[in-house]
Design a protein around this ligand. Structure first.
Ligand SMILES: Nc1nc2c(ncn2[C@@H]2O[C@H](COP(=O)(O)OP(=O)(O)OP(=O)(O)O)[C@@H](O)[C@H]2O)c(=O)[nH]1
Ligand SMILES: [Mg+2]
Length: 227
């Protein structure tokens, strides 16, 4: 019985990967690089996308994933970022993450010929989004210092799944009992050597490094889709 359960989960993830590969083929055909942008709710995803509104030589588009509503999409549209809303309720049962099929359903609405970089803001959640590939070139997460130094140890998959970890809200360090070195050590424990950028969307500290990382991604040679 237990074995059947495991098989079903594996088949579901295989099916997701097959659709992710089809998504990636569509993105590659349009020469659009894709970032899967993940974090716990409120870590600063939309705020850091607002900071990426005008990247030199890069036309940014955003696919905004939320359970419901368009609050974040409205913020980005105010900055003239082309943004497409993807709500998981009601079409996808109010899921707490985006998967490849949900992203596939949005592709006809994306202006792929008018952008170079698509950032998919995933639903705020530190667990499930990391389990589903969507056809991205890179996965990036934010850990804000309000969440505690222990989060890499408690939610390791997200930290392992990403090639870049943004440590946000460091402007709040003087007001919190928070050990930044300990967080960085814990991140390195679960994902040795992963790139980390310490920043504050509030003060702008470190934000230029984040912007440059996005610009460099667009110039990166296409890599095969990871399984
Ligand atoms: N002090 C401080 N506040 C920040 C910083 N970055 C974001 N915030 C605030 O944190 C709150 C949440 O930021 P959002 O960008 O909406 O977070 P999010 O990850 O997009 O949230 P969801 O989409 O709901 O998961 C807002 O009130 C932001 O103004 C920062 O660097 N410092
Ligand atoms: Mg947001």
């Amino acid at each position: 019985m237990h074995r059947v359960k495991v098989t079903v989960i594996e088949e579901a993830l295989d099916a997701n990967n097959t659709i992710a590969t089809a998504n990636r083929a569509d993105f590659d055909r349009h020469r659009v690089k894709v970032v899967n942008f993940m974090s716990a709710p409120g870590a600063g995803k939309t705020t850091l996308l607002e900071q990426a509104a005008r990247l030199p030589g890069v036309r940014l588009g955003v696919l905004e994933g939320d359970v419901q509503g368009s609050l974040d999409a409205d913020r980005l549209a105010d900055l003239h970022i082309p943004v497409t809303q993807l709500n998981t309720a009601p079409s996808f049962g109010g899921e707490c993450h985006l998967d490849a099929n949900m992203v596939r359903s949005s592709i006809p609405a994306l202006p792929l010929d008018q952008i170079d970089l698509l950032v998919v803001e995933n639903v705020g959640n530190l667990v499930c989004p990391a389990e589903f590939r969507i056809g991205e070139d890179a996965r990036v997460m934010i850990c804000s210092i309000c969440e505690g130094e222990d989060k890499p140890l408690k939610y390791p998959l997200m930290f392992r799944a990403c090639e870049l970890v943004l440590i946000n809200k460091v402007d709040l360090l003087p007001h919190l009992e928070f050990d930044l070195d300990k967080l960085q050590y814990n991140i390195d424990q679960v994902h040795p050597g992963v790139r980390q950028i310490v920043l504050s969307a509030r003060t702008g500290e470190g934000v230029e490094e984040w912007r440059q990382w996005l610009v460099a991604l667009v110039g990166r040679a296409a890599a095969p889709v990871a399984a």
